[in-house]
Design a protein around this ligand. Sequence first.
Ligand SMILES: Cc1cc2nc3c(=O)[nH]c(=O)nc-3n(C[C@H](O)[C@H](O)[C@H](O)COP(=O)(O)OP(=O)(O)OC[C@H]3O[C@@H](n4cnc5c(N)ncnc54)[C@H](O)[C@@H]3O)c2cc1C
Length: 486
Amino acid sequence: MLGTTIWLLSLSALLTAFLTGLPNVQFPTYLNFWSKSTQRLTTTCPQPLTSIDHNCPQLNFADLPDDLKMMRIVVVGGSIGGLMAGVALKRLGHRITILERSPTQLLHDQGAGIVVGGENYVFMLKHDLTRTPWWVDSPYRHYLDRAGNVISRSDYPQRMTSWDALYHILRANFDGMKSANVPNPPKEEHWGEYRHGCGVTRLETSPDPSNKVITAHYVNPDGTPDTIEADMVIVSDGSGGSLHYQLCGKESQRTYAGYVAWRGTVLESKLSPATQEALVEKFTFHHSPALQILSYLVPGENGSVERGNRKLNWVWYNNIPHDSEHWKETMTDTEGNLHQYILRAPKIRPEVLEKQLQKARDVLPPSFCEAVEKTDYPFIQAITDSISSRAVFLEGRVVLLGDAVAGFRPHTAASTSQAAMHALFLEEFLSQYEDGQKGLSEKDAKLYELNALAYAKDMSRHGIEMGNLSQFGNHPLARASAGRSR
Ligand SMILES: Cc1cc2nc3c(=O)[nH]c(=O)nc-3n(C[C@H](O)[C@H](O)[C@H](O)COP(=O)(O)OP(=O)(O)OC[C@H]3O[C@@H](n4cnc5c(N)ncnc54)[C@H](O)[C@@H]3O)c2cc1C
């Protein structure tokens, strides 16, 4: 038994390090939980995981006594984190309503590329019943100098996906949404409900302490105020969401890290043969003082992972002091509005775009320069840090999940895994309740908070160290690159 646990722990640590590319991070207590999840995965789903099996691991919902298992759970925020919680808890028999403030039917391409971390992978293995291909393999990393020569290379197998690909698969599993990405959602007896255009403004409890119902106040797409009652609320409103600020206070707000990422994707077949050779099917980096750019392949339009249809996703970090003229110039859109966190083409002003393209020609290796120049819709994302001091409220009936707990710097490639880990925690806890429990038990509330905050602190620190070394420090690969280019 002990041997099995140790083996599972080692496997978890190895898989996490292997998939996320973070070999230096120490993983404390939450791995104990994680190993349990892995065990459940293998025991609940005995069929080969590559086959399509719509009955595994579904429950027979008809057998569940209504008042015993079912909670009414409201999830605030319908991005990757909210959807992961929704899918996992719906399959335990709970009634889930996701309220998403975005007014459009589908959220779209929030984050371009996502490096698949261990928990993200395990979550999808367990919960995607459509078995849709969702990642592109990247067998190794290599580092280029300014001239485009390879100065370092290491075998480092990783899997890369996109926000869009994950979103469509999760929607198919949550509410059966059909899309070009996933034309055949799984057959389920019980769907979740996804309401878009519904921004939650506050949560309210009854003055009567014996009444444990939580009322979520929200605004409908037509602007009318409305309410919904819940036994449990999961707040996955992201690092910029105002609801978790209300719960945690100001200290959970985002602080700017001193640099922005210019980001974008370009169809791989639009790239010249030389650039494809340099950047396709690998994780490529270039460092120079105060500059880092990286790229990897992700699924293309409609989630396609076919050669030629995939996209190259690039991320280029640039230092810009906050409130400087450079900041104002960069983040002011074509209509004169100043943005704090994100600015997307076509609202980026043409002169700002042209200046950045000129910088690409001046400082980037030729392959990266070509990728940047051929990108139709770049966007600028301010890099921020945020971390909450608590993750559980109202005796376990309100929990924070995903970026609402902590918004990491992208260098960690850990945000989506964090959301998956939280969803797996909740699934594990709720799956063991048999007595009409509403929300988390006292013991599980403590365990959830302890593990969520421990992971958040570790990963935040790691991201800050990596980002600051790259943008403000003396990065060894920047030195190596300068040495080769002289
Ligand atoms: C521009 C960008 C780039 C990213 N790049 C990467 C990457 O490369 N790799 C990676 O691993 N991760 C990346 N991420 C993060 C990744 O998308 C998230 O970590 C992941 O989606 C889990 O986040 P989340 O669901 O907790 O929060 P988010 O994705 O931020 O979603 C929060 C959701 O809550 C909604 N919301 C907020 N307030 C309310 C309210 N009051 N009522 C109703 N709805 C509300 C928002 O509209 C949003 O849809 C990126 C995110 C962004 C925004």
